[in-house]
Design a protein around this ligand. Structure first.
Ligand code: FMN
Length: 266
């Protein structure tokens, strides 16, 4: 009986996510998303392909903003080169992109138009100046109603050094890679921020190129690496507009560790 149960468990294991055929498919203009894609490929042992616009983007922020605006106004998306891989050969596609104007970069819209993702599992991953994982994931769900869009991974351009460790946790937590990780506790309930917490928020956020707002309440949790804060912030305009947002901040446990914000959720 025991042997029977063990073999059932092994058979069940074969169908789990880590055993499925995986592809890392990404667009990157200036290399940050590419760094995440290469780390994913390494940790998963997956196939990888870059999405290539026929006319490459220049790598200049202002020029790309203007080109993206022109494309949006004219209702077009950039022509991209045909993929070398066949999407049909894969079960899980890790789909990567930079966040442009709050969502996935426009070459992803071209990819979606030209390829069939019905029945596929998509794991989004992205890099961004401040945030956009959740909005881009919601937009992918709308654009690909016949695919299963899973919870994704996102990293700020300024925190790309954290990718290797964060991906290891993300992939194990979600069963894409073998191994276990200790589950992180929930954040404590939101409470009005103290002066000390306000100082941590300011140290993490004040050097960012756009104003990120004023924190009103905060919840915390202790992790194996330090302390994480979940601030509720009243935005005061800036990149992404007004209203309220959630901003996550981490402070490493080593002495003198500088607070860093990990993402803005609008
Ligand atoms: C046209 C354009 C629009 C952008 N819009 C946003 C945005 O809305 N939010 C954000 O956090 N970052 C934004 N960024 C910053 C990029 O998401 C960030 O630099 C990203 O890491 C670039 O990835 P890549 O190096 O793979 O191209 C934008 C960058 C460009 C070029």
């Amino acid at each position: 009986m025991k042997r029977f149960l063990v073999s059932i468990a092994i058979m069940a294991g074969i169908t789990t996510a880590y055993a499925q055929k995986k592809l890392v498919l990404y667009f990157s203009e200036t290399g940050t998303t590419k760094t995440v894609a290469l780390e994913l490929q390494k940790q998963l042992g997956a196939d990888i392909e870059a999405i290539q616009p026929e006319e490459p983007y220049s790598g200049n922020f202002q020029e790309t903003v203007q080109r993206a605006q022109r494309e949006k106004q004219s209702g077009t998306t950039p022509a991209i080169k045909p993929l070398k891989v066949k999407i049909a050969d894969y079960d899980i596609i890790f789909l990567g992109y930079p966040i442009w104007s709050g969502s996935y970069a426009s070459p992803i819209a071209s990819l979606i138009k030209q390829n069939d993702f019905a029945g596929k599992t998509i794991v989004p991953f992205c890099s961004f100046g401040s945030g956009g994982l959740n909005t881009s994931t919601a937009d992918l769900k709308k654009a690909l109603p016949k695919a299963t869009i899973k919870e994704g991974y996102g990293v700020r351009t300024a925190r790309v050094a954290a990718v290797e460790k964060e991906l290891d946790r993300f992939l194990k937590e979600n069963g894409y890679k073998k191994g276990t990780v200790t589950k992180l506790p929930e954040f404590s309930a939101q409470k009005p921020v103290t002066d000390a917490e306000k100082a941590i928020f300011n140290e993490a956020c004040s050097s960012y190129q756009f104003p990120l707002g004023t924190p009103s309440t905060v919840g915390k949790r202790t992790t194996p690496d330090g302390t994480e804060y979940k601030f509720t912030v009243q935005s005061n305009g800036g990149f992404g507009g007004g209203g309220s947002s959630i901003i996550y901040v981490v402070v490493g446990k080593e002495a003198g560790a500088k607070p860093e914000f990990t993402q803005v959720v609008r």
